[in-house]
Design a protein around this ligand. Structure first.
Ligand code: MEV
Length: 326
């Protein structure tokens, strides 16, 4: 048996514009997915998405996949593609295994649940098949699933999740891991409204090349670089101010919603150093930066405003295998 776990992620600044080449700042957070691979005596592959109650079985040499319910296909297909890719890389044609995936990360709300389950599955599968993958290769394989689900992802989700900590990300460049300092206190506020990242990215991308979009894009790029510097010198007040500024620009490109704005306002009034939507927007979550003394007030304010609050910490480890946990 081989197991692995991978964290969720939160984007601190720069979402959407990162798809168009701007830098973004993201953190791995301590909500996890866990995948395990156990051997099977027949040459059958079984995939179980345990918290969705979905299962599928198939033979790697045969295309047809038997799923537990007709709409399970959509959930299973990304994992089937990952397994195929790993088997190809390991030069294995026929194998019997059971991949079990479990996650505590809310789905479809911008916390990287698909990238996290992809990464924990890749790490567990590679471990099971004695295949050595570099962090870049793990991200590369995860992008197969990310492209299927999110259409034109930047790669920030799997990269953050694989590396852990706080990273400054830019397409086509190695991520820069910022030196861990005092752990930041983040409160997530979930609107509970799910949305499709790929559709939002496509909608926003239609404005790529327009003067106003380019101006906002460059401003967000500058905000991210300043936010990275503020984080490194532990100037959390400045980091919060930059998050607020970033939120206003996300409002301007139309990806915020009244509920997201309500949670952002409630968090700021309750003492957050800064608050903004996080991820693609259109529903999903906000992230508020807090000092330890205000966190309970912010959690309560989010709840009173109709959101679900979670207090999260930065995960410093990223994806890792954990063969000993059963
Ligand atoms: C998703 O976590 C962040 C977006 O910028 C999309 C991406 O970068 O892939 C909206």
């Amino acid at each position: 048996m081989a197991s692995a776990r991978a964290p969720a992620k939160v984007i601190i600044t720069g979402e959407h514009f990162v798809v168009h080449g701007q830098p973004a700042l993201a953190a791995a957070i301590n909500l996890y997915s866990k995948s395990s691979v156990i051997p099977s005596l027949t040459d059958t592959i079984k995939i179980s998405a345990l918290n969705l109650g979905v299962e599928a079985t198939y033979k790697p040499t045969v295309e047809s996949v038997k799923t537990s319910t007709p709409n399970a296909q959509k959930i299973i297909e990304p994992f089937r593609l990952l397994i195929n890719e790993i088997l190809n890389r390991a030069k294995i044609r026929s194998v019997g295994l059971h991949l079990k995936v479990m996650s505590q990360i809310p789905i479809g709300v911008g916390l990287g649940s698909s990238a996290s389950t992809a990464v924990s599955s890749i790490v567990a599968l590679a471990r099971f098949l004695n295949l050595n993958l570099t962090t870049e290769e793990i991200c590369e394989v995860a992008m197969i699933q990310e492209r299927l689900i999110h259409k034109h992802p930047s790669g920030i989700d799997p990269t953050t999740i694989v590396h852990g900590g706080v990273i400054l990300f830019r397409i086509g460049r190695p991520p820069i891991r910022l030196t861990p300092k005092r752990n930041l206190c983040f409160i997530i506020g979930n609107t509970g409204l799910t949305r499709t990242t790929g559709d939002l990215v496509t909608e926003v991308s239609k404005h790529f090349g327009e003067d106003e979009f380019e101006m906002v894009s460059e401003e967000v790029g500058r905000i991210t670089l300043q936010a990275a510097e503020a984080y490194e010198r532990e100037d959390f007040k400045e980091l919060g101010r930059l998050m607020n500024k970033n939120h206003e620009l996300l409002v301007r490109i139309g990806v915020s919603t009244p509920m997201l704005n309500k949670l952002v306002e409630a968090s700021r009034r309750a003492g957050a150093l800064g608050a903004k939507l996080t991820g693609a927007g259109g529903g999903g979550c906000i992230v508020a930066l807090s000092t330890p003394e205000y966190k309970d007030r912010i959690m309560k304010a989010i709840m009173d405003a109709g959101g679900q609050p979670y207090q999260v910490l930065i995960d410093e480890y990223g994806a890792k295998h954990s063969d000993l946990d059963q």
